[in-house]
Each structure stands twice: as structure tokens, then as C-alpha cells.
Design a protein around this ligand. Structure first.
Ligand code: 5RP
Length: 220
């Protein structure tokens, strides 16, 4: 089974986890694009979009897109991930939408993550960690991340929906995940890191060649 087929399966499996008639937060990426194509079945009242592209796709389906400022706490946020572990900590931001994704996740009661098997990892960090930075701070932030043990790489040619830049950090030790997330947040010029540990997912729907698995966070 291809990764694309697994993404389709997880999108289909997600439908029964989405309440009918709700205001939903909707993430970004190819998995979520497959969900958007099916979402009308759940008759959402409206959606808050985590990227310009997601907003366009939702509107193309005839789904109303609203500003987060016009909503209270959202019932549910649904998004993909680049990596997810058994604590349902994630690396996100492969599509550069991490800041709006983190804001909507924080503003939602529940975070439902949709992933195919390739995203399920024992240890986070093989996928380089995206960091959104204010453009003038890019080199400064990169030097601070070198001091933390990482190898930064500028994602050349990419401007986020917020007008900022992305650096991808390789080889950073993410074992103490929540602390690393806090430490990166303290660096002047960082807008958001793609580590989602302080606000992890609440539930994961994982598509594997053996079938769909539903996972909640495991704590040792
Ligand atoms: C975008 C994201 C996406 O959720 C992540 O990149 C997964 O994308 P895909 O579903 O295309 O594999 O964080 O910023």
C-alpha cells in the first residue's frame, strides 16, 4: 500500500471522530487536503484554517472559513504531523504552516492528529525541526541553535503566510522534548518551533498497512 493510499484511509477514518455541525480547526498538508475533500459530510458550521492554502481548499468545498478571533474555544483541531511518538508529541511544519497550526491547537479543546505509518517514530528528530523566525533574526537564531547542538539549514525561497522565514534544525537532541520546546521559545526572533509537546495531540489516528489504529498518549 502506498503512503498516499494510507493518507486517504486515515482521512476517511477521521470522519467518525468529527462531531457534526461544529466549528473546527483545520490544519495543513497533503493528509489534511484529503480530509477537506470529505469534510462536507460532517456539515461543519465553519472552519478556522491554519494556512492560506487550507482556507482556499475549504472555500472551494463550500465550507465557511472564519477568523479565530471571532470564535471562542474550538471543539476540535485536526491536523497531520511530520513525526509523532507514543506521547503524541509531534514535529510539524514541513509545510511551513507551524505558527498558525500551534495557535489553533492551543485554542482547541481537543487535538486529533492524522498520520500514516511513516510518521510514527520511537524518537523524534530524524525529520529536521522547522523553526519560523523573523527574517532579520535568522542568523542569530541559527547561532543559538548551533550552541544547543543543532545543525541549522535555511529553507531557501520559502516565506511563511506570516511573512517570515524557516530554518530546519538537524541533529538536535530532543529527548527532553518539553524543555527543548521551552528553550527554543526563549530565543529572541523565534516565532514558533515545530515541536508540539507542551500542546501534544490528544488522539492519533494512524493508518498502517495492517489497518487503522487509534492511539492516546502513553506516559511512563
Ligand atoms: C504543515 C504540517 C503538516 O501537518 C505536516 O507537514 C504533514 O504533512 P503531510 O500530511 O503532507 O505529510 O505540519 O506545516
Amino acid at each position: 500500500m502506498t503512503q498516499d493510499q494510507l493518507k486517504q484511509q486515515v482521512a476517511e477514518a477521521a470522519l467518525e471522530h468529527i462531531p457534526e455541525g461544529a466549528v473546527l480547526g483545520i490544519g495543513s498538508g497533503s493528509t489534511i487536503e484529503k480530509l477537506i475533500a470529505l469534510l462536507k459530510q460532517r456539515k461543519p458550521e465553519a472552519c478556522v484554517a491554519s494556512s492560506v492554502k487550507t482556507a482556499e481548499l475549504l472555500k472551494a468545498q463550500g465550507i465557511e472559513v472564519v477568523d479565530l478571533n471571532d470564535c471562542g474555544q474550538l471543539e476540535l483541531y485536526i491536523d497531520g504531523a511530520d513525526e509523532v511518538n507514543r506521547h503524541l508529541y509531534m514535529i510539524k511544519g514541513g509545510g511551513a504552516a507551524l505558527t498558525r497550526e500551534k495557535i489553533i491547537a492551543a485554542a482547541s479543546k481537543e487535538f486529533l492528529c492524522l498520520a500514516d505509518q511513516s510518521k510514527w517514530v520511537e524518537t523524534l528528530g530524524k525529520f529536521p525541526l522547522p523553526i519560523e523566525v523573523i527574517p532579520m533574526a535568522r542568523s542569530y537564531v541559527a547561532r543559538q541553535l548551533v550552541a544547543m547542538g543543532g545543525d541549522p539549514e535555511y529553507r531557501s525561497g520559502v516565506t511563511t503566510d506570516n511573512g517570515n522565514q524557516i530554518i530546519d534544525i538537524h541533529n538536535l537532541d530532543l529527548t527532553d522534548t518539553q524543555q527543548v520546546e521551552r528553550d527554543i521559545n526563549q530565543i529572541a526572533g523565534v516565532v514558533t518551533s515545530g515541536l508540539f509537546a507542551q500542546r501534544a495531540a490528544d488522539k492519533l489516528i494512524l493508518a498502517t498497512p495492517e489497518g487503522i489504529q487509534i492511539k492516546t498518549a502513553m506516559y511512563e
